[in-house]
Structures are given as C-alpha cells and as structure tokens.
Design a binder for this molecule. Structure first.
Ligand code: ATP
Ligand code: MG
Length: 426
C-alpha cells in the first residue's frame, strides 16, 4: 500500500484481538464507575482552540507544542483536536448548566490528540478514561477518587503501581513559592536548558516537571511548595492523607510532583509503575478549583483524574492478564438451495435463544466448510445437507472433543445445543 495512504505516525489501528481486550477493559470500567456514582458524558473531539489555551495555560507543553490546531476554512475559526478531556467536560457542564442542582460526578472515555514524539506508551492519538467531580470542595472527594483508583487496580489484578501525592496549595501560596523558585533558578541560570530558560519568568513551576535528566539534581534542591502552604491548604492536604491511611492506601508524599497543566490547586497525584519504562505514569489527576471560573462560570471547586488506556492495557498484559478471545458458539454449515433457506431460519432460531452463530457464507464443499468451522473456534458445528432437509433435521457435531455426530429435529436444535453447551435443559 502506498506510504501516503497509511495511518499517521503515532495514530494506531486497534486490531480485533486488541479491540476485544479494550472491550473487556471498558466493561470493567463501566461497572467500576457506576459503583462510585459517576455518570457518563460525551463531548465532541473538536473544540474552539481558545478553550484549551485558556484552560490548560499558554506556557505548557500541550499548548506550546502538542496541539493539533487548524483553521476552519469556512469561517476562519481556530479549532483543535482535544488534547485532554477536562476542559471540554467543564465547558459542557457550564454551557448546559449541569451544576444548577448541586455537584455532579461525570466520566468519559475516548481519544485525545497530542503532537508528541511517538514511542512506547506515548502516541499522537491515545485514549483516556477521565473522571471529574464538580462542585465538591473537601478532601473527602479527593481521597475517594484516589481510593477508587486503588480498587480498579485490584479489579484488574494489577500490582506495584505506586501512588505519589503532593499539594500545590492555592494561588497566593503558589505566587510566593514562584518568587522563591525564580530566585533559586536565576542563581543556577547557566545550568538551565533552553526550554527551562524560556519558562524561567513565565512558568517556573513547570521547570520542575521537565523530562531532561540533566536538570534532575538542580530540581531536587529547588525550594518546594510545601514550605509555602498556609493553614487551610495544609489542613486539606493532611485530610486527604488521613483518609487514605484509614483506607489502607499507601501514598508516597512527593514534594516535587507538579502536574503538566496549570489549573491544579491543592491535591495532585500520580500512579506510577516501573514496569513500562520511561512512560510509567498510568493515571494522573488532582484538584482544579480555579478552572470553572477561568472558563467563565461562578467559582466551583472540582477534582478529577485521567488514565492512559494504552499504558494500563500494556501493564495488564505485562502482568499476565489472559485476554478472552471471543468465539462463536455455533458454526453453521449447509449445502444446497433448500439447506441455505433452512440455515437462515435455524441461525435466527439459535440467536433467539442467545447463541452466537457464525453461519457459513460463500459456499464450498462440506470439507472446506468444516475447516472454517474448526478455525472459527466454535464449540459446535450444525450441519444441514440434502439428507437433513429430507428428514426435517440437522446434524450436530461437537468440534472441541471427540464424539459422534447426532441428528435432531429442526425445532429441537436450540434445546439440544443448550444441553450440549450449557449442560441445561433450556
Ligand atoms: P506525560 O508526563 O507522560 O507526558 P502528562 O502529564 O502529559 O503525561 P496527563 O495530561 O496528565 O499526562 O494525562 C493523563 C494520562 O494520560 C497520563 O498519565 C498518561 O497515562 C496518559 N497520556 C498522556 N499523554 C499520552 C500520550 N501521548 N500517549 C499515551 N498516553 C498518554
Ligand atoms: Mg505530556
């Protein structure tokens, strides 16, 4: 196939074996979110660019270099493929006045787009499950969101994902810390890389989030925000810690943890594994009390998190998850015109009885059809030929164990298969 028709680098096809794994994950996710009282919401994949510049912040990796933005040729508007879901979710809640009768717990799942260098665990189209609680201010909801993640890891049978938490305090505390940080970084200006230099006076906190290993020592020594937290912020942070402790969820306090996005306040957290190499953060989130107001609403406290589905699935497989391959219950073979007509009827009868049926299409000898039946993974073959038609019967043959073929009347096929496959009388 010509190169220029192939999928875009960093945007992946999810082929059937994997797509089934995704479905298994998605079904687990739906049950898990329902158990915590979250309701689904679905937002568009394309939004006005200013939504993201306003929400995420001008001086961030995402807005500076990762957004897929383009001009709508009809009206000249600048549009962007969403790089994350929180901004869209808050926009939707504001636009439709969802918060008029109190707090809302919302979730969504789907593709996000970031123009990054593709590598293991880092793609240009990737997928997140996002969870947002809007209108709740206390440490209780922060803690519950973290605890619910711990339950999901349990449900998935995942181990060794470390929880790191920190507090980013409130804007005035951040402003004081920012000053101290600038002073410190100015003293070490000659060691900074060009990105850090360009952020020194615009967004120094983000320098702490750099991926450049050469800067790690410098960052280790930098003043932490913790020293600038006031009483209320400390109380919130300690509240979260106490609730986690009571729930038996171990957290590593990481004073250097800052999130990539500007809108965080108070609690921030990441779940990190060592098993995926450099892209080890499988879930990240925190409190973003300033965002709703920043997007034009009344101030509303909020917190949420997002999980990277590709990374979680990679970890799931890495830790031995056996994917369930879906196979039909029945492969239906037939030969001759009368048999074809009957096969359609039998197939629908069986589907009425909740069996999955792969009806052979495309003709061919019974021998070649039987090969397909074997390859399909079906448990049972149902066979209709001239003999069967003449007798008003079908033949049934178990495909995964030895045994004779047997004949049953058309109207007994579903019952017989029920006995064979489920060991039941129905
Ligand atoms: P990173 O530091 O790895 O770039 P981030 O801080 O940009 O992550 P968030 O915006 O917090 O990531 O997104 C939440 C989660 O989404 C991440 O923890 C990760 O699991 C996943 N994620 C983010 N970017 C990508 C990507 N390009 N490809 C795959 N997964 C991603
Ligand atoms: Mg990133």
């Amino acid at each position: 196939m010509p190169q220029n028709l192939q999928a875009i680098r960093g945007m992946n096809d999810i082929l059937p074996d994997d797509a089934e794994l995704w479905e298994q994950f998605e079904s687990l996710i739906r049950d898990w979110l329902r158990a915590y009282g979250y309701r689904p919401i679905r937002m568009p994949l394309v939004e006005p660019t200013p939504l993201f510049t306003r929400a995420i912040g001008e001086v961030t990796d995402i807005v500076e270099k990762e957004m897929y933005s383009f001009t709508d040729s009809l009206n000249g508007d600048s549009l962007t493929l969403r790089p994350e879901g929180t901004a869209s979710c808050v926009r939707a809640a504001l636009q439709h006045n969802l918060l008029y009768d109190g707090p809302k717990k919302l979730w969504y799942m789907g593709p996000m787009f970031r123009h990054e260098r593709p590598q293991k665990g880092r793609y240009r189209q990737f997928h997140q499950v996002g969870v947002e609680a809007l209108g709740l201010a206390g440490p209780d909801i922060d803690a519950e969101q973290i605890i619910m993640c711990a339950r999901l890891w349990d449900d998935m049978g995942l181990q060794g994902i470390e929880l790191q938490i920190n507090s980013l305090g409130q804007p005035d505390e951040r402003a004081q810390h920012r000053q101290a940080l600038i002073t410190y970084l100015e003293q070490h200006q000659s060691s900074l890389d060009s990105e850090a230099l360009s952020r020194l006076h615009t967004n120094p906190l983000r320098i702490l989030d750099t991926k450049n290993p050469a800067l790690q020592d410098l960052i280790e020594q930098a003043p932490t925000l913790l020293g600038y937290l006031g009483e209320a912020s400390l109380k919130h942070y300690e509240g979260v810690q106490a609730l986690l402790k009571n729930a038996g969820v171990h957290a590593r306090l990481n004073p250097r943890l800052v999130r990539g996005l500007d809108y965080y306040h108070h609690t921030v957290f990441e779940w990190v594994t060592r098993q995926l190499g450099a892209q080890g953060t499988v879930c990240a989130g925190g409190r973003y009390d300033g965002l709703v107001e920043q997007l034009g609403g009344k101030p509303v406290p909020a917190c949420g998190f997002a999980m990277g589905i590709e990374r979680l699935l990679a970890l799931w497989l890495e830790q031995g998850y056996q994917r369930e391959k879906s196979v039909p219950d029945v492969y239906l073979l037939h030969q001759g015109n009368a048999a074809l007509v009957e096969a359609f009827k039998v197939a629908e009868l069986l589907r009425d009885a909740a069996f999955s049926v792969h009806m052979h299409c495309g003709g061919g000898s019974f021998k070649s059809q039987m090969k397909r039946a074997d390859g399909s993974g079906a448990q049972v073959a149902v066979i209709i030929g001239d003999d069967e038609i003449a007798a008003g019967e079908v033949s049934i043959k178990k495909l995964r164990e030895a045994g004779d073929q047997r004949r049953v009347a058309f109207d007994l096929v579903a019952i017989t298969l029920g006995e064979l496959l489920l060991g039941s009388e129905t």
